[in-house]
Design a protein. Structure first.
Length: 251
C-alpha cells in the first residue's frame, strides 16, 4: 500500500465520520445551538473547555473569524495543548480531583451561562468534575465526547460516571476507542486520529445553529470578522466594545 493510498483512506474515514455526525447528531446539534443562543439572548456568556488535544476544538471557537465573540476559553493551567513540560503532565492533571472546581470558582462563569466541555473519552476526573460543578452553579453544559468509550473503559472519576452523564446536551463524535482510523502492513499500531476533525465540525455546527437561532429571533449575532480583510479590525473593535462585559479573553 502506497503513502497516497493511506492518505486517501484517511480522507475517506474522516468523511465517513463527518457524514455520520451530520446525519445522526443533527437534532442534538440544533439543541446545543438553542442553548448557546439562549444564553446570548439572556445576557449570558459561553465558555469552552477541553484538555490535551481536546483543547484544540475548544480553542477553535474562541476569538475566531466568523465565530461568536462571546465564546471564552475556560483554561485549566497545564492542560491546554502540549506546551507543558513534560507533555505527560497534562494527561496526569486530567486525573486530579478538585482541580475543575477550583478553576470554576475562580472563573467569571455564572448561572445562566453555557459551558461546552470537550473530552474524547469523557472518563477522566477533570471533565466529569467540570460538568458536575458547572451544573451545580447553574450553567448549562454541552458535552462533546465519544459514546463508544463508556461501555469499553472504566471511569476515572470517584463517582464512576462519565462526562455524558452530567450534560444538558451530548454530541457524539462517533470516534472509536483508541482514536486511530488506519492500519497497514508493517505498522505495529493503528494510526491516523480523526477526533479533532470531527469534534471541530460538531462544535462549529453548534455555533452555526446558534447564529441561525439568534437571527431567527431578530437578534443580530455578535460575530467577529477576519482581521485580514479590510475593515475587520474596526468591526471587531466595535463588537468587543459593545460586549466587553461578556468577553474575557481581551483583558
Amino acid at each position: 500500500m502506497t503513502a497516497g493510498d493511506l492518505a486517501e483512506r484517511y480522507f475517506d474515514a474522516a468523511i465517513g465520520l463527518l457524514t455520520r455526525a451530520r446525519d445522526e447528531e443533527a437534532g442534538r446539534v440544533a439543541e446545543a445551538g438553542r442553548l448557546i443562543a439562549g444564553a446570548v439572548e439572556a445576557g449570558g456568556r459561553v465558555f469552552a473547555f477541553g484538555a490535551g488535544h481536546s483543547s484544540l476544538p475548544a480553542q477553535d471557537i474562541v476569538y475566531r473569524a466568523g465565530g461568536l465573540a462571546l465564546v471564552n476559553l475556560l483554561s485549566v493551567p497545564g492542560t491546554v495543548g502540549v506546551d507543558v513540560m513534560p507533555a505527560v503532565l497534562g494527561s496526569a492533571l486530567e486525573r486530579v480531583d478538585g482541580l475543575a472546581g477550583a478553576v470554576l470558582d475562580a472563573s467569571p462563569a455564572r448561572s445562566g451561562d453555557v459551558l461546552i466541555i470537550i473530552s474524547l473519552s469523557g472518563r477522566n476526573a477533570l471533565p466529569v468534575e467540570m460538568a458536575l460543578n458547572a451544573r451545580a452553579l447553574g450553567l448549562k453544559v454541552i458535552g462533546v465526547t465519544s459514546l463508544a468509550y463508556p461501555p469499553s473503559t472504566t471511569s476515572r472519576h470517584a463517582s464512576g460516571t462519565y462526562l455524558k452523564d452530567h450534560c444538558d446536551v451530548v454530541l457524539d463524535s462517533k470516534i472509536a476507542v483508541g482514536d486511530a482510523e488506519l492500519e497497514a502492513d508493517g505498522v505495529p499500531s493503528r494510526f491516523a486520529p480523526a477526533s479533532t476533525v470531527v469534534t471541530c465540525a460538531l462544535v462549529q455546527a453548534a455555533v452555526a445553529a446558534a447564529v441561525g437561532t439568534l437571527a431567527g429571533h431578530g437578534v443580530t449575532p455578535p460575530l467577529l470578522r477576519s482581521g485580514n480583510v479590510d475593515g475587520g479590525h474596526d468591526w471587531n473593535g466595535r463588537v468587543m466594545d459593545e460586549y466587553r462585559d461578556r468577553i474575557f479573553y481581551r483583558h
